[in-house]
Design a protein around this ligand. Sequence first.
Ligand code: PLP
Length: 384
Amino acid sequence: MSESTGGTESTESVLLQQLGLRRVLNAAGALTAVGGGLLPPHVIDAMRDIGQVYVDMHEFQTAVGDRIARLTNNEAAMVTSGAAAAVAISTMTAITNGDPREVMRLSDHRAVENRVIVQHPHRSPYDLAVNLGGGRVVQIGNSYQTFPWELEGAIDDGCAMVLFVDATDMGHGGIDLETTVAIAHRRGVPVVVDAAAQLPPHTNLWRYTRECGADAAIFSGGKHLQGPQSSGLLLGTAEFISGARAQVAPYQRLARALKPGKENIAGVLAAVEHFVSRDHVAESTRWESLCANWIATLSVIPGVHATRAFPNEAGQAIPRVRVDVGSVQARDRVATALWERDPRVHVLREGDDFYLTPETLHDGEHEEVIHAVISVLTTALAAQ
Ligand SMILES: *Cc1c(COP(=O)(O)O)cnc(C)c1O
């Protein structure tokens, strides 16, 4: 069993067989569209353990939050049902400051301007969650540049929060986090960082908050952490997290609709405990060697050019393999043929090429993926 992907006991699913659905070999990344990640045994064990008992959910969220805060060097922490849920809850928190009277009035706030400032290079499909939280995204800057004075100018009494999105493939020409925090805090406006996919490095768990001064940082539980697919972390100051706790279940307030179950809370705690004690160097050596093997195997096929790509699509320090098959048309034929197999093989199309990543696969699956790729490449390219 590998440290990084956990269990390898079974790669079959009884339910998928009953439903007549194909399993997917996911060589594309931690993508919601194919089920997020694979749960390692320690996460499944934690979910099974808590699934057998009742507990006071206020006490449980507090105790788990305290433990996650300690593990991640933050003042406070809370488990959410995902990173997008955490964006919505952060917006509600910033609007209401956690005052229960304001929380109860949240749905009326929709008539009021609750502006959430987002720099142009930080726009993503996920900032729709700001609207879910009762805010309205106000964009500053353009795709080339955003200036500090634009942020200064945008902060007024109707401004509830600045949402800063960290994804290394985004943010070019934007204002850095330290400057953003300095400007926003001068005006008493909280800054929340959506860093859903920014692990590794594990130091990011406290960098945005403890080192850069953001009020909170958000991570997906179901991406690199390998927690339950619908789990997320909201890490930050005691004040901000206490305001966030006032929004959510077990209270019957607006964010009740974003409830993480006790199984998800226990599962992501186990994932964080495991993640911070992982041997990150050994893990990265293993990925490098898996990529090197894939490249060596693919390089003998005529017309195929396989090279190491780094960092990955989310800007993470994880190697992957870029496969150039000569044209976009050939690439699409190959990717489609891989998807149509049983089991399906999912690869990431980017630019004119496709990419294979080692980190989302069980141990035995790296071989399975490369056999499928070779089989498809030799037939698809021969048919040209
Ligand atoms: C993946 C992602 C999200 C959504 O995460 P979920 O945990 O699936 O809700 C939000 N923001 C960014 C930047 C992401 O990459």
